[in-house]
Design a protein around this ligand. Structure first.
Ligand code: ZN
Length: 423
């Protein structure tokens, strides 16, 4: 297979030609069915036709024979942090320069693309790293997944994502709305407008405490109703989505009522909040992987600062159960992992956890393709293998509908018709 890809990459620079993919099995995420024995023709990055059987190819065309594999649309992860990968207390450098984060982000983006994720949403950043990376990927100067990003998160003073938490008061200036720390509706408008100016696609809000922030509570509400309504209204003015980090139910409830697009983590989500989300059409982005990861690490002495450890131990194991309840109650689920807490490239594990906590394998794949495309409002151009859509196609060695663990075995990635070198 490796030789075939190299040849194809060489040929693709010489002449314009169509690419024809022979598929024995591909997943139609619209119907939840596996479609057998088709030829998918890709031209200029778009799926031009899908024909029955295996069509004849002309000498000018490229053939990619993926019979024997399971094809599906490029996967999408709605919650990543490319600029970081959490390190234990002992492994962590004393300081991390923003330039270091930017270089790492480039590496993590490529790792993520190679693991089959052709689109991601980065929610939360230490600066303008994801925005810069997104632009370089879009212009073709850097290889990586398509990025939609919020830029720097918006928090309240002392809240999750206040960048000065844990610092001695002599070593920082009070952060302002432009930095993403707001107090009051007026500040909310300033912060959203600054992100619009920065080039963000959406807004990330931390409406409750967080597990990994150096602060006592992981679930208290940290935005007033007025503040979260102001953020949502300001974001709507600029056509931006709003994603909220939330563990506790009161913060979540205020956010859902205000009209945010998605709730991230959702750890202590009550049935009342689930029903509100069903009524409002709010998406739930579970990030079970991060919960499982921090719960496991909380067992290790000195892995986390002592103020973080009890939060990691209590929040972690809860997310899977909440996911199970929310799924059964009919809350819309969009796939997201919080990669950057746990290592990048292990995003596939989320599929395994989702199945473990009660979702059928086909629905987990739909949650990471067509559901995520709908959340990002790009479902007219991405999210399924369909004529007229962009050719984001991956292949799995194995049958994930029978064995979800095979989602690890990505053997082929095409993004907008371009083959990605997986070596
Ligand atoms: Zn996160």
């Amino acid at each position: 297979m490796k030789i075939l890809y190299t040849l194809l990459l060489l040929i693709s620079f010489s002449t314009h030609s169509k690419t024809i993919i022979y598929s024995s099995d591909y997943i139609d995420v619209n119907t939840g069915k596996v479609i057998t024995n088709k030829s998918i023709t890709v031209d200029k990055g778009i799926i031009e036709t899908i024909d029955s059987g295996f069509i004849e190819i002309t000498s000018n065309d490229k053939l990619i024979d993926l019979r024997g594999y399971t094809l599906m649309p490029g996967l999408m992860d709605m919650h990543v942090h490319f600029g970081q990968e959490y390190k234990s207390k002992s492994e962590r450098p004393v300081k991390i320069e923003r330039e270091t984060s930017a270089i790492l982000a480039n590496k993590h983006a490529l790792t993520t693309l190679k693991s089959g994720f052709t689109t991601v949403r980065q929610v939360g950043d230490s600066g303008l790293i994801a925005i810069s990376l997104r632009n370089l990927i879009n212009s073709g100067e850097v290889v990586g997944p398509r990025i939609f990003t919020s830029g720097k998160s918006i928090a309240t003073t002392g809240g999750h994502a206040d960048p000065t938490n844990g610092k001695d008061s002599d070593s920082y200036e009070y952060p302002v709305a432009e930095d993403g720390v707001i107090n009051g509706p007026y500040d909310a408008y300033t912060a959203v407008r600054q992100r619009y100016k920065d080039g963000a696609d959406g807004i990330k809000l931390t409406v409750t405490g967080g597990v990994l922030s150096v602060a006592k509570s992981g679930d208290n509400p940290q935005f007033t109703e007025e503040e979260v309504i102001a953020v949502v209204n300001a974001a709507k003015d600029y056509g931006m989505w709003v994603a909220v980090h939330a563990h506790g139910s009161e913060g979540m409830k205020r956010a859902v009522i205000a009209g945010v697009n998605s709730v991230e983590h959702g750890t202590f989500m009550t049935e009342e909040v689930m029903d509100l989300m069903v009524n409002k059409g709010t998406y739930y982005v579970p990030t079970i992987s991060a919960g499982e990861f921090v719960a496991e690490k909380a067992k290790i002495n000195n892995y986390f600062p002592e103020i973080v450890r009890p939060k990691a131990a209590s929040v972690g194991p809860q997310i899977g159960n909440t996911f199970n309840k929310a799924y059964k109650r009919g809350v819309k689920i969009a796939f997201g992992t919080d990669a950057g807490v746990q290592p990048h490239g292990t995003n596939w594990k989320e599929f395994v956890y989702m199945v473990k906590f009660g979702m059928p394998p086909m629905e987990t794949i739909q949650s990471a393709t067509i559901n995520t495309a709908k959340l990002l409002k790009i479902d007219s151009i991405l999210g399924s293998i369909e004529v007229g859509k962009m050719a984001d196609i991956i292949a799995i060695d194995g049958n994930p509908i029978e064995n979800i663990n095979t989602m690890e075995n990505v053997v082929f990635v095409m993004k907008e018709g371009e083959l990605i070198d997986l070596n």
